[in-house]
Design a protein around this ligand. Structure first.
Ligand code: NOJ
Length: 527
């Protein structure tokens, strides 16, 4: 049974633990390290992509949705993994990538050949009379969203790489394949699904040109505007209303007890979009990239909380397999900063997702161009968005070759500081790893994440949460400043039940603390 507001641990199998010496992680390797994950007190593990894939897009380009790529093991290994996760009291979640397939998928090849059944399974359109693509749509990676196929003499649509053709999700056969794929994994004991780019499934069938981005959309772009995708308002290629209603199919196919998590990458109106995708009979939760973008801005976080207004449908997370490690991106890479974000995950309302290695305070590694394989990073080199960094494999043992990840050559270079390794942090009471364990145990026990009442106040460098939960009141104060301490004049006897950087009177830079009981004056002082 899924708890309210679950804590989900996302791991990327290719980078977790290798038992074969291939240099890439595998499912047996995940099994070997499950006690580590369980020690964090997570409710569920989201096992990242392990399906057959040419790996043009890190495994999100699937050539067969119903098997395990031999590089990661076998279906029997998967069954073992499910059993071992369940034996440790955790739930299992896997990816479902149905917006697109790999171009190597047999369905796409049949569709090119005009196979009667599969011809319409992808999004084909005639060229304009002058031979140019049907409209101005741009792929999310920033190149044109149309690629010509000379055999069909038509263009096919793709939201990502040209080797990731979009499925036509309105097609009955595609719907059947989608349903049967979910059933296939449910029969193997899976408890939840994460739907890749669920907000991109449907488009306007008339395919009008997207208009230029409105200022409100452009204002979401932080830093230099490298990607032309952000110059458009995606009103026709990301059809929100019907797209959200489409998820009712997935709910019907999965049943009510299966946790359904969507990935939303609409770039604007993210709270409204997440809310419409999670209405009754749809998904349980839909995450947006907002917390990752604004996670060091208390006022922006407060505005997200206020916009959600009790409907806690967007999980919190700060690092993913797509986003540079947060302690480097949002902070100064310090242990204090890692503990601070652990505290945020422990107290914010709604579900939370941790990405492998954040419990070790892993910083964003630097990779040379020749070491990088991610197409998005390479496309914008030398201004890579940094997607590959968080995929650098896990450091388990400080004195072993390749930090105990593999006996072969790791698929990405590993250059970790020894003190980031699991074995070094295991026994050190004050390590980030042990702080995560305490913070997540507190999360599980007190469940501030499902508040009966919440009041949030924020200034440019601090935030307070006043939470009523289970007949008790709680107060959280967070100091987002990287340089200044925050005086918090609580009654001297008050000891926080969870704290990092609390010296008895002040929260040091990146300090955060939770007290039982309310102090209205302190709560308000952050506003
Ligand atoms: C979202 C995935 O997280 C990302 O890694 C991938 O590139 C795109 N979807 C396309 O599948």
């Amino acid at each position: 049974m899924w708890p309210d507001a679950p804590l989900i641990y996302n791991l990327y199998p290719r980078s977790f633990n290798d038992t074969s010496g291939s240099g890439e992680g595998d499912l047996k390797g995940v099994i070997e390290k499950l006690d580590h994950v369980a020690s964090l007190g997570v409710d569920a593990i989201w096992v990242g992509p392990f399906f057959i894939s040419p790996l043009a897009d890190g495994g999100y380009d699937i050539a067969d949705h119903r098997t395990v790529d031999p590089r990661y093991g076998t279906l029997d290994d998967f069954d073992d993994l499910v059993r071992e996760i369940h034996d440790r009291g955790m739930l299992v979640m896997i990816d479902q990538v149905f917006n697109h397939t790999s171009a190597e998928h047999a369905w796409f090849q049949a569709s090119i050949d005009g196979d009667e059944e599969k011809a319409d399974c992808y999004v084909w359109r005639d060229p304009k009379p002058d031979g140019t693509p049907p409209n101005n749509w741009i792929s999310q990676f920033g190149m044109p969203a149309w690629t010509w196929n000379h055999r069909r003499q038509q263009y096919y649509h793709h939201q990502f790489l040209s080797c990731q053709p979009n499925l036509n999700l309105r097609n009955d056969l595609v719907k059947t394949m989608f349903r049967e794929t979910m059933e296939f994994w449910l029969d193997r004991g899976v408890d939840g699904f994460r739907f890749d780019v669920v907000t991109a499934y449907l488009f306007d069938e008339d395919m009008p040109d997207n208009p230029p981005a409105r200022p409100v959309v452009l204002s979401k772009v932080t830093g230099p505007n490298h990607n032309p995708y952000s110059y458009q308002d995606h009103v026709y290629d990301l059809l929100q209303g019907d797209g959200a209603a489409y998820t009712e199919n997935m709910r019907k196919w999965a049943g009510k007890d299966i946790y359904l998590l969507g990935e939303s990458n609409t770039g604007n109106q993210s709270v409204e979009v997440a809310q419409s995708f999670t209405r009754e009979g749809r998904l349980d939760a839909c995450y947006t990239t907002d917390p990752m973008q604004v996670g060091n801005d208390p006022i922006a976080l407060m505005n997200i909380l206020k916009a959600l207004d009790g409907d806690w449908c967007t999980p919190w997370w700060f690092t993913s397999h797509d986003q540079p490690r947060h302690i480097s991106r949002l902070g100064d890479g310090s242990d204090a900063c890692a503990r601070f974000y652990a505290t945020l995950l422990a107290v914010l309302p709604g579900a939370a997702i941790m990405f492998q290695g954040e419990e070790l305070a892993l910083p964003q590694p630097t990779l040379a161009k020749a070491e990088t394989t991610d197409p998005f990073d390479l496309l914008y080199w030398p201004d890579a968005p940094g997607r590959e960094g968080p995929r650098v494999p896990m450091p388990w043992k400080s004195r072993k070759k390749n930090y105990g990840f593999t006996t072969g050559d790791p698929w990405l270079p590993m250059r970790w500081e020894r003190d980031r390794c699991v074995d070094q942090q295991e026994g050190a009471e004050d390590s980030v790893l042990n702080y995560y364990r305490r913070a997540m145990a507190f999360r599980k026990e007190v469940r501030l994440n499902a508040p009966d009442k919440l009041r949030v106040d924020a200034s440019t460098s601090a935030m307070s949460l006043r939470i009523a939960r289970g007949g008790k009141d709680w107060m959280v104060v967070l100091n987002f400043s990287t340089t200044e301490s925050l005086p918090v004049p609580t009654r001297s006897a008050d000891t926080p039940v969870l704290q990092t950087g609390w010296d008895g009177r002040r929260l040091l830079p990146w300090g955060a603390a939770v007290w039982e009981g309310l102090d209205e004056e302190v709560g308000a002082s952050c506003g």
